[in-house]
Write a protein of this length. Sequence first.
Length: 303
Amino acid sequence: MNENYVEQDSLRAWLLAARPKTLAGAAVPVLIGLTLAWVDSRQYITDSFSWLAALLCLAFALLMQIDANFINDFFDYVHGNDDACRRLGPLRACSQGWVKIASMKRAIALTTCIACAVGLPLIWYGGLEMILIGIFCVVFCFLYTTHLSYIGMGDLLVIIFFGIVPVSITYYIQLHTCTWQVFIASLACGLVIDALLVINNYRDRDNDREDGKKTLVVEIGAHAAEWLYLSLGITAVLAGVVFWINGHILAFLMPFFYLLLHVLTWQKMRRINHGRQLNECLGETARNMLVYGLCVSLGLLLV
């Protein structure tokens, strides 16, 4: 049997559709938010930190990421953007026939409902405003793939929903406040994760241009996108000076290891420039993103 064969609607098919490698993008902001909350709860000698709330935040983030992947898979197929002959990125479940279209529709509905059910108890910890936050997360999860990513809004949404919202809200749920330092940390996290979208759109820029998809990379051009990719990492690390100001110098210094990896990936990105080989840079960017989260979190805990 062909080792690349995937039985339709099988467990393997759904694992591929869920895109496990993307889950770091959901986990890293929650990790940073929780670490900031844990350190501050110890500093101010409070017992408000809840491990159950922490697990609920992480579970909600992971489920929403899987939901976003299912939505992206389904609607890109419906819009005809997943042509297997032209596609440069990893193969998708719907376009490859690994998952039936009807099955994917049910999976999107089910995953959305489960994510909402998991997030609902966070009302107990964060108040009724968590309902509004949850609604925004679900709505923009759909709007990103169906509309906003086509008009150059993808990068802004990544910064908001993979940086500002998860870091700040995770912190708020634990300590019922949010400082300007936490906001800066959340913005830095969003910039790091946006690098993943930039390299993805950099790889797909020619196809996106043909399809009328006006990503930021398409709008500014390949050369500017290369420098944007580099500047995202540099800006994120320099923004970490806020940790130093708060007495956590290692949380500022350790991410420079991430920056070294980021620069090396940037150099490879410029050297490759076109084609499927840029998927190597995509994988490295995902790795770098995880390294950043671990460096910040460990730096906060060690000092």
